[in-house]
Design a binder for this molecule. Structure first.
Ligand code: GDP
Ligand code: IMO
Ligand code: MG
Length: 431
């Protein structure tokens, strides 16, 4: 029996969905613990491509239970659409295979409106959010004004809370943000219908997971976003509004830290970022274009082009410390094929001194210049490699160097989007 947490080590989109889908084969329960439909997790199985925003990436595997923990913010309209989309692909989704925590907070229409109106108002200084209402929903959670799944499925409690909240939200929308006020009845009708449809899925995820672990089941926790988008440890304020680090799995699912057996960090062989914020190794030259084109780097949620740059070991070591990583999954290695030289940042220069530790404030990071070490590139197509020894020697050396410099062993190497395009060095559930 093992309970494993998968987290992103960079700024999201590292390929968590692919790895979680792969590891789900060995798991019984797959649990999302934070974030919402700002996430876009892509699964490619037998020429079929699916992007999931809320439902855990284990859903394609039959006889598994997928859970949405209390730490997630749920847009019920998006969730229902996702359930329908999966059914359209002949994937079985029912209250037996999907359980949503009653304590998860609900993303309301006014959260999306506030998110977008605020970004418009900020203009150039905007965060570049996904516009899904994530920040405003977590704000209401913290200020104790939020509506939870328990209330969504209870019409009396829901309508009372909505009336109370909408008065304040409309004042803020109209008077401060210069946006249109929202009509009570329209939201009430829409959300009461969602509540009816979702009622059978609402349960006690913490208790369910406790029963599962007593029965010796394997639990896989699926992180969303990445360590450097974490509300506390990321590049604040250019972050999301939840704890994306591994510790978030405990509070976001309702389990104790002593029950986590291992944490796997997902790391792209280069770096990408969507939205604003500092990015020391960003490339705007032909190499950046190579990474963008070959890696098909467009946001899975908003379709925005992702900013691209070299792998940054200062970032990776920061993620190793913050998450207590036991092993690394390196993804998108195939995208580096064809580059003459591959660079990896190992430290920064800030005001003429060398910095090895990631600064925890944005204004310092903005004036950091990366110091690189270089590796010779390779031209071979590596997307059919299934064993470490199938890789060109130069590729093997590059991987071993990352492992040594980051001081974390590699468990998985991904050489393409497909489930089978993987080199499994050590299955974390068997380790
Ligand atoms: P997530 O948010 O971390 O789950 O990542 P996304 O799904 O947003 O973005 C990762 C993208 O890279 C998706 O389009 C995946 O299908 C794709 N992908 C994952 N692993 C690999 C890989 O090893 N090679 C290539 N070429 N694509 C990959
Ligand atoms: P996955 O799970 C990449 C980014 C947004 C923006 C910032 C805040 O697919 O890795 P938000 O809407 O959360 O308030 O936006 O965070 N962001 C992501 N970037 N991948 C994600 O998720 C992201 N989720 C949020 O682009 O910069
Ligand atoms: Mg993504």
């Amino acid at each position: 029996m093992a309970n494993i947490v998968v987290v992103g080590t960079q700024w999201g989109d590292e390929g968590k969905g692919k790895v979680v889908d792969l590891l789900s084969d060995s798991a019984d329960y797959i649990v999302r613990f934070q974030g919402g439909n700002n996430a876009g997790h892509t699964l490619v199985v037998e020429d079929r491509k699916l992007i999931l925003h809320l439902i855990p990436s284990g859903i394609l595997h039959p006889r598994k239970t997928c859970c949405i923990g209390n730490g997630v913010v749920v847009d019920p309209g998006v969730l229902l659409e996702e359930i329908e989309k999966l059914r359209g692909h002949q994937v079985h989704v029912s209250p037996e295979t999907l359980v949503i925590s009653g304590q998860a907070h609900v993303i309301m229409t006014y959260h999306r409106e506030v998110d977008n109106a605020r970004e418009r108002r900020k203009g150039k200084g905007k965060i570049g959010t996904t516009g899904r209402g994530i920040g405003p929903c977590y704000e209401d959670k913290a200020s104790r004004a939020g509506i939870r799944m328990h209330e969504l499925i209870n019409p009396k409690l829901f309508t009372e809370k909505l009336k109370e909240n909408l008065e304040e939200k409309n004042f803020y929308l109209e008077k401060f943000l210069g946006a249109k006020p929202l009509a009570y009845q329209q939201i009430a009708d829409e959300y009461l219908a969602y509540g009816e449809l979702l009622r059978p899925y609402v349960g006690n995820v913490s208790e369910l997971l406790d029963r599962a672990r007593r029965q010796g089941k394997n639990i896989l926790f699926e992180g969303a976003q990445g360590t450097h988008l974490d509300i506390d440890h990321g590049t604040y304020p250019f972050v999301t509004s939840s704890n994306a680090v591994a510790g978030g799995a405990c509070c976001g699912a309702g389990i104790g830290p002593s029950l986590i057996d291992a944490v796997i960090g997902i790391c792209k062989a280069y770096t990408t970022r969507v939205g604003g914020g500092p990015f020391p190794t960003e490339l705007t030259d032909a190499v950046g274009q190579h990474l963008q084109r070959e890696g098909a780097e467009f946001g899975s949620t908003t379709g925005r082009p992702r900013r691209c740059g070299w792998l940054d070991l200062v970032v990776l070591r920061n993620a190793a410390r913050l998450n207590g990583l036991n092993s690394l999954a390196i993804t998108k290695l195939d995208v580096l094929s064809g580059l003459e030289q591959i660079r990896v940042a190992t430290s920064y220069v800030h005001e003429s001194s060398s910095m090895e530790i990631f600064p925890n404030e944005c204004f310092t990071l903005e004036s950091c210049d990366p110091s690189y070490i270089d590796f010779p590139g390779w031209n071979e197509d590596i997307s059919n490699a299934r064993n470490f020894s199938d890789l060109p020697v130069k590729t093997q050396r590059y991987l071993r160097a990352i492992e040594e410099l980051a001081e974390i062993p590699l468990s998985i190497v991904s050489v393409g989007p497909g489930r089978e395009q993987t080199i499994m060095l050590q299955n974390p559930f068997e380790g």
